[in-house]
Structures are given as C-alpha cells and as structure tokens.
Design a protein around this ligand. Structure first.
Ligand code: PLP
Length: 441
C-alpha cells in the first residue's frame, strides 16, 4: 500500500541512484512518506501547532509511536504537537541525513540547540568531553560556563597532534568534539586519525561506555566534506550558515546513527529547542537545492581572494585550506572533497595584517575593518557566514569575545585575526574592495 502511494506521488519508480548529488538535492526526498501530499511541486508549509487525532485510540497510538523508531517503522507518523514533530522538519531531516551520509537527522532551533542536544544525550554527570582547543565562541561558553555546573568536565587540547589525544583520554571520556576546519582559524583535524585512536580505546570498553566522535561540519557544509564517511559518529550543523545559505533562518541539526534518533527526539521535546516549520521549509526549499551551486561559486571566489591576500605585502598570513602553503593543505586535500570527488576547500578565510606586535596588528586590523564597514560595497561587517553577501568580522572582539584576552593565544585566536566568509558576489568586486581598504593602512 505504502509503495503504491509513493508511486502515485512521484509518478516515477525507476532507480534514481545514477543521478548526481547536485540533482538529488533538488529532487531528493522532496516527496516523503512523512507527509501525504500528491500534487504540489514544492512542499507545502505546515503551520499548525497541534493536530487533529480523530479518536483517543489514535491519540494513544501517536504518543506510543513518538520517538519509537522501531515501532513506527516505515509507516507515516501520527503528528500530535509541533514540539514533538511535524512534516516540514521530518522532510528536511530526511534530506540532511541523505546528504551527510548518515542514517538519520534530528533538527534543532539553532546550531547551539543541536550541539546541546548531542552532548546532552551522550553525557551525564561525572563524564568528560575532549575538544580541540579552538572552538566557536558559544560552544566554548557552553563547555566552560555551563557544563561544570552539571559536573561534566571539559578538556580542550591540540587535536592536530594525535599524541595529545592518546594522552588525554581517561576512563571518564565520553565524547571527542571538534570543528574541522576550526572556527575561526581554519585548523584542519585529521578525522580518520581521530577515529583510529578512538577505536583503540573503544575496543576495551563495553557498549554503554563507548567514546563517540562529534564533528561540527558547519564551515565545510556537506558539499565540501562528509565526516561520517571518515569515521565520525555524529555531525552537527548550524543550518543558519552555509546550508540555509541566504541568511534568513536559524536552524541546527544532528546527523548520525539510527539508534540515537529516539533519544535526540526526546531530548528536543523536553529541552524544547525545536526548529520552526517555516524555517525548516525555507532550508528545504531554498537552502539545500542551491547548496552545490552556491558552494562551487564561493570556493572559486575564496580561492582567488585567498591568493590575492597571500601575495599582498601588508598581509601577515592567510589560512585557507586551498592554499598550497597552508599548514594543513595535505590533510584538507584528503578529506575536503565535493560530491564529484574534487578538492573543495570551502568559503572561509582567516588572515591577519602585519604589525610589529600583536597589539599593533590588532589596531591595524581594526582600522582596516572599520574602513571596510564604512566604504566597501561587497563586504559587510557582520558575524555569521555562508550568506549571499561576503561577511567580515574580528573574532577576538566578536564571535569569540567570550575567550579572555590572556587566553586568546592558547585558544588559537590571533589578536588581529580577521575572518572572511565569502558570498555570491563577482570575485573581482571583492578584490577591488579589499585592495582599496588595504591601501589606507
Ligand atoms: C554559528 C556556529 C554555530 C552556532 O550556530 P547557531 O545556529 O548560531 O546556533 C556553531 N558552530 C559553528 C562552527 C558556527 O559557525
């Protein structure tokens, strides 16, 4: 019966596996078992906080099936209340799992919601979380300011060296968490190498005591990197950034193995960081189908911009995975690969201007960014990334301002470091604006 309905809806039961991921992101799983609509080309927006249940029996069945993957099987879910589940989120989740090569995805209201979600289900009081030393500011704040209140210990280390990981794992370690590339300094962590170390430790641990790897793939997007393919257990995303793509909607997601889906849904239900169906719809309708086109353009532009900055006399250094002289170029080439197997170094650049010391570099950077904010047409001084517009910001005083000044260096953040998130403009226009702004310092 279910098969027959699907046939009617798609009008096509042929094997789709020969098509590319670019095309799948447009057609993908846009027709879903999660929602029975037959003649819409674009999925409708669901805007109903609550759902009619027909009978008490059906209501009871809905509650029983909620967050019970085994019981639900392939049948269409009984929707009860938006915070538990509704069709737009379910459809987005199917597509996110698909593009990230995971078995399931659970969406959240923001990237931070998804990070709290996955860490929430993997840890309890007394456990320890190891992360890379450089992290997005709010993730840093979550681990430093909140988790100690629940007696969950945070150990930040330099994960670019596997010896550090070997030496830092204890009996209590439950999660290895990192971003690659890291926000903001673009350090690249070898996912397979982390997997190998974790496997050695997991071998002697029982099922309840396994260590899990969680990777924040926001900077790369699944176009440039699918960490699960290299051995990550979970991927988290801020959908607000490159996947959403237009800077209009916040969202987050956790992608991973089927066996964690129920717990993530229960966590989301009770902690409440639920993605709005309208946001889910935007990301499903605009973000994912345009991901490949946007990323390809942004990578081309980012490469040009990085090369320009790299050869400029006033620039101290440029961290971009696509530059052959970047410290982590070789690892980037191994794991940042697009759907067609080509090197995909992403749309994020981190650089600093020359100064005689960190204080001077910071002042020069500030002067430069203030000029950009005032005069440049193609660059906007703003946090966030993966936007249609190129965004520039100063991590030490903005996205990472939570890091105390005396800690910046050990956290891998330069006092004068500048983060550039490439948009969809004509690259020559960005180069023009950069050149003009570099003239005044
Ligand atoms: C923005 C960001 C987040 C947080 O996402 P929100 O959607 O703003 O909650 C997490 N990780 C990285 C790397 C980010 O850039």
């Amino acid at each position: 019966m279910a098969e027959k309905t699907k046939e009617k809806r798609t009008g096509n039961t042929s094997d789709n596996s020969k098509y590319s991921m670019d095309t799948h992101l447009i057609y993908g799983k846009n027709v879903s078992d999660k929602w029975d609509y037959s003649h819409h080309v674009t999925a409708p927006i669901s805007s109903s906080t609550t759902f009619r249940l027909d009978s008490v029996e059906r209501g009871a069945q809905g509650f029983m099936q909620f967050a019970n993957t085994e019981l639900l099987g392939d049948s269409a879910p009984i929707f009860i209340y938006d915070r538990l589940g509704e069709p737009n989120k379910d459809m987005l989740e199917e597509n996110l799992a698909y593009v990230e090569k995971g078995e399931m995805a659970v969406s959240f209201s923001s990237g931070m919601g998804s990070i709290s979600g996955v860490l929430g289900i993997l840890t309890k009081t007394g456990d320890e979380i190891i992360t890379h030393k450089t992290l997005y500011g709010c993730t840093f704040s979550l681990l430093k300011n909140w988790y100690p209140r629940y007696n969950i210990k945070w150990t930040p280390i330099d994960l670019t060296d596997m010896n550090n990981l070997q030496n830092s794992i204890t009996e209590k370690t439950k999660v290895i968490y990192f971003e690659t590339p890291a926000n903001p300094n673009m350090e690249i962590i070898d996912i397979k190498a982390v997997r190998n170390v974790v496997d050695q430790f997991n071998e002697n641990r029982n099922e309840q005591n396994q260590i899990y790897i969680v990777i924040d793939n926001t900077f790369a997007t699944p176009f440039c990197q699918r960490p699960i393919e290299y051995g990550s257990d979970f991927v988290v995303h801020s959908l607000t950034k490159g996947i959403g793509g237009f800077g209009t909607d916040m969202g987050g997601a956790v992608i991973g193995r089927r066996k964690f889906q129920d717990m993530l849904q229960l966590f989301r239900k009770d902690f409440g960081a639920v993605l709005s169906p309208k946001n889910a719809w935007s990301i499903l309708t605009y973000g994912l189908p345009s991901l490949a086109v946007r990323q390809r353009h942004q990578i081309k532009t980012a490469t040009k911009v990085a090369e320009f900055l790299n050869s400029h006399s006033k620039v101290d250094f440029v961290n971009y995975p696509g530059l052959a002289d970047f410290k982590y170029y070789e690892i980037a080439k191994k794991q940042m690969i697009d759907f067609n197997g080509d090197f995909a170094p992403g749309s994020m650049i981190y650089f600093a201007l020359k100064g005689r010391n960190p204080v001077e570099a910071r002042e020069i950077g500030k002067k430069f960014m203030d000029h950009v904010a005032d005069k440049a047409y193609t660059m906007t001084l703003a946090v966030s990334l993966g936007h249609t517009r190129t965004l520039i910001e100063h991590p030490a005083s903005m996205t990472h301002s939570i890091v105390p000044p005396e800690e910046l260096e050990i956290r891998g953040i330069d006092a004068g470091g500048i983060r550039l998130a490439i948009g969809l403009e004509n690259p020559d226009d960005i180069l023009f604006d950069l050149n003009e702004s570099l003239k005044i310092i």
